[in-house]
Design a binder for this molecule. Sequence first.
Ligand SMILES: [Fe+2]
Ligand SMILES: [Fe+2]
Length: 483
Amino acid sequence: MPDGMLVDYDGLIPNNVGLNQDARLRKALETWHPGYIDWWKEMGPEGFQESLVYLRTAVSVDPKGWARFGYVKMPEYRWGILLAPAVEGRRIGFGQHKGEPAWQEVPGEYRAMLRRLIVIQGDTEPASVEQQRHLGKTAPSLYDMRNLFQVNVEEGRHLWAMVYLLQKYFGKDGREEAEELLRRRSGSRDAPRMLGAFNEATPDWLSFFMFTFFTDRDGKMQLEALAQSGFDPLSRTCRFMLTEEAHHMFVGETGVQRIVERTAQAMNAAGIEDPTDVERVRALGVIDLPLVQKKINLHFSLTLDLFGNEVSTNAANAYNAGLKGRYREDKIDDDHRLLDSTYPVLRLKEGRIVEEQVPALSALNMRLRDDYVADCRAGVERWNRVLEKANIPFRLTLPHVAFNRRIGEFAGAHVTPEGEVVDAASWAARCGSWLPSAEDGMFLEGLMRPEYAPGRYAGWIAPPKVGIDGKPGEFEYVKLHMA
Ligand SMILES: [Fe+2]
Ligand SMILES: [Fe+2]
């Protein structure tokens, strides 16, 4: 295996960044470590800190076979600092420094902008752990519980990844930011997490699967854009995070798919032909498809807000500076400077949604969001194939991008999921059929009863096709330790 691929597990902090040769950094991280463990114990999965969980841990950064599986108590998980291998002779791929050698140190003129990008990314990682901390208690199976905890420990590791960059490259203010990342709390009034969607509740497992499908996918897009960065340590960090993120996408997509599959089976078995006959479907103890659609509407619109304003000078500056690229920048065939090109943006003009060409540099948030929407759409189509196969006359869709928005062009506008602009009164009258209601929430809450027997699944979700790490159906993914 080439140098730098193997992870050093000897010290307190596993790493492939030569921590042993950097006494100052090692000291800083070891000082931060106890606060992190306290945070994990306080805000991590509640009630399962003593349980043995069958988790994967990275042992190398080689894309072929980087993980090892084994039982671990979560507070003893080996969170570490892992960077994808350096690409020799790597150059900045876009913006005004295009073609110059990639930076190995922070370029002074961009220090503040770079720190901000890292802090915003870093803040989302612990936030999702906080949002999901109660879900173990209602897990529909040990398999699902294990997947939840896997996602959680990896989000913890992603926090480590960002804290490493702050501590190594940003001196005193980097250390202060690292402390702040442990101080803010999802949903807190005094010290909330930085972005809206990361302060929302994740009260049930349908929400969890939607969150990992939609919101972790925003994470994937942001990481893809940062993986293009001319600041090489950020690029390498994000490239390795993306290999972990793939599992989070898998958990979300297959979770919803298994719910849809179970609902379709139950409807067919009971001879229910009308998917909108919510009462009869719910009486079977499965989740009705209109409710799945409402959750899509909610999580999709909340997540679109994370992309920021459609037209943004911050995004233009970060691109120009070579700090944050486009999705798969290195695969795009153009000048990678975008000084003379335009990009179409949807805007609200005199009560109508119109498309407008704007300078491509200022439309980078919009472009990343478009790439995101395309990625989401492919997943939704895979869910629909389950319905098609089962002969259920219902199709899931993504709502219009202007629906239910709080940030950007459509903030506060009243737009239906079909993209029709309506007045406030008709929006209010109809929004109960578009977004989950209190009653929907109560129904889901009633369904959320834990199923802890190995190999068994709650009645509202189908078992997975294959186990994790090739394990058989009755495998005990979590050995519970009930206090
Ligand atoms: Fe993450
Ligand atoms: Fe994630």
